[in-house]
Design a protein around this ligand. Sequence first.
Ligand code: AMP
Length: 279
Amino acid sequence: MTLEITSLATMRATVHQWRAAGERIALVPTMGALHAGHLALVKHAQTLADRVIVSIFVNPAQFGPNEDFARYPRPLADDLAALRSVGADAAWLPEVATMYPQGFTTTIHVAGVSEGLCGTSRPGHFDGVATVVAKLFLQVQPDIALFGEKDYQQLCVIKRLVNDLNLNIKVVGVPTIREADGLALSSRNRYLSADERAIAPHLQAVLQETAEAIRIGIPVAAALARGIETLRARGFARVDYLELRGEDSLASQESYTPPARLLCAAWLGTTRLIDNLKL
Ligand code: AMP
């Protein structure tokens, strides 16, 4: 059975009861529109904890004024059915008024790792993410929290937040789940037209080609410039970034020093896709 919890008092009482029974609790934060990538996080959580709580909250604070907050999919009944099908213990469904009570003014800013990459193309995005995730952590007080590598910069921001604030939570990153053709699963893939969907797998393909170029010794700047050119040629009208960064620090790498990660964001029509690849 998957409990459907909408009040903070009930959420806290439920966790209190589980913890009193000695159970280990995992949290999987999501914005809903659940797909197999989200469910992989839940299944991984089940191997690490006795109870798995999945939060669903489309967080207005992490969307810019011209972004897709209004059209973001909210198929709640399907999401709850999916959570039941994998045996999640609870869905935490906070109200906007719980997350942002009247007069709310607090923001958490994680400097450094939140700068550049999506931090440049989406100003304020990671403040919104860090603030809502900190709130979810304080509401649920899990032992473990799981995040996808699909949103790699986000994972680094959360790790920094937990470390900096001495939160007693183990943050676990889970590899990206993909379609057979390599496209990373995303709630935003449903925005793609048939033509755009056919182009979309080239995002991962170009990351792989760029990684190969860097591995065989082509200078990083040249490999990245070539990758951006290739993305445009294959139909991505706009490329926000294609960069090589340190795996943990996210520091820019002008020359390749493993472990490193290639990260990319690019647009198909009105849909922004992101992906990354470990070198
Ligand atoms: P979202 O609902 O998009 O905010 O994502 C919720 C969590 O699921 C985040 O930790 C994401 O990184 C993770 N996630 C999203 N897509 C995937 C995927 N294809 N594979 C693995 N994790 C994912």
